[in-house]
Design a protein around this ligand. Structure first.
Ligand code: ADP
Ligand code: MG
Length: 283
């Protein structure tokens, strides 16, 4: 291959809003046939907001106090809503982040857990409210106080306005799109349906995202992965082509081969088209 054509390709990439780590990366995109997309912050904006609270104000306040110690988009939404509704939040002790599950800590002498049912436990009533929220594409977060599940907070994210068209474009390029997320099955399915993806791998712990990519590779797939979060970094590094969302975390950008500067998923299709065109020039 003549490096000149690859360098020209890299320059063209910059015009398209693609930061390409090295010219040789264009070569590795050639055989990509599968594109794994993280949900939160990649297909969706990741700017979450609390849309429903089925809990006493006191419970929301305790939940907000623990979430104030977390950087997760779900946590930011809950802490903001709690502060808005109940005022300055109390301090948290013994804070623990349980990756992919939620958070826990001690607030005003109570042990408070906030997150998935696997962490907090649930009740038939909370399960019914959770099913409703999830069917609507929301993330249902449960709150337990001193070991008893006592509330539910529904958090909504919105699909990026460009995602559905960008995914149609990826399909037109012959790629198989897969939605990968730590979020629950139902919420993930609702979001996938909204953007035209029919393959969903949900409830994947952060540590297991890279293993999902490896499994697809062992089935003979050549995998591109698009992600934004700290928890996507190992999967981005493992993928044959890692694409980071430019508005995402530095860790994800560092682990990737290519950055989509604006965060618009159309740039993923542009990258693959560019690489195919560049390599056609060379051959
Ligand atoms: P994603 O893959 O969508 O970025 P994560 O792996 O970070 O998601 O989290 C998976 C799920 O774990 C979230 O959808 C949420 O239900 C729960 N979760 C994670 N962190 C928190 C938190 N700080 N508070 C409440 N729930 C959380
Ligand atoms: Mg994400």
């Amino acid at each position: 291959a003549t490096p000149t054509a690859l360098l020209v390709g890299t320059g063209r990439g910059a015009q398209l809003g693609l930061l390409i780590k090295g010219p040789e990366i264009l070569e590795s995109t050639r055989k990509v046939d599968t594109i794994v997309l993280d949900k939160t912050g990649t297909v969706t904006t990741g700017r979450m907001a609390v849309v429903d609270v089925a809990a006493e104000d006191d419970v929301l306040r305790l939940a907000g106090a623990v979430e104030a110690a977390s950087e997760h988009p779900v946590a930011r939404a809950i802490a903001a809503a709690a502060e808005e509704r109940t005022g300055t939040l109390p301090a948290v002790d013994a804070f623990v982040n349980r990756a992919g599950l939620g958070v826990e800590g001690d607030v005003e002498g109570h042990c408070v857990q906030v997150g998935r049912a696997a962490l907090t436990g649930s009740t038939p009533q909370l399960d019914a409210a959770r099913a409703d929220a999830e069917a609507a594409g929301r993330t249902a977060v449960l709150v337990a106080v001193d070991g008893a599940p006592v509330g539910l907070i529904a958090v909504a994210d919105t699909v990026k306005p460009t995602s559905a068209a960008a995914i149609a474009q990826l399909r037109a390029l012959g790629l198989r799109p897969i939605l990968l997320t730590g979020d629950n099955q139902e919420t993930a399915r609702a979001v996938a349906a909204e953007v035209g993806i029919d393959e969903v791998i949900a409830e994947v712990l952060p540590a297991d995202k890279a293993a999902v990519v490896a499994r697809l590779q062992s089935e003979g797939r050549v995998v591109a992965m698009v992600g934004d979060g700290v928890n996507d970094a190992p999967a981005l590094a493992r993928a044959d082509l890692g694409l980071a969302i430019g508005t995402g975390t530095d860790v994800a950008i560092e682990a990737s081969d290519l950055t989509l500067v604006s965060g618009d998923l159309h740039a993923a299709g542009d990258a693959i088209r560019l690489s195919r065109a560049t390599l056609r020039t060379i051959r």
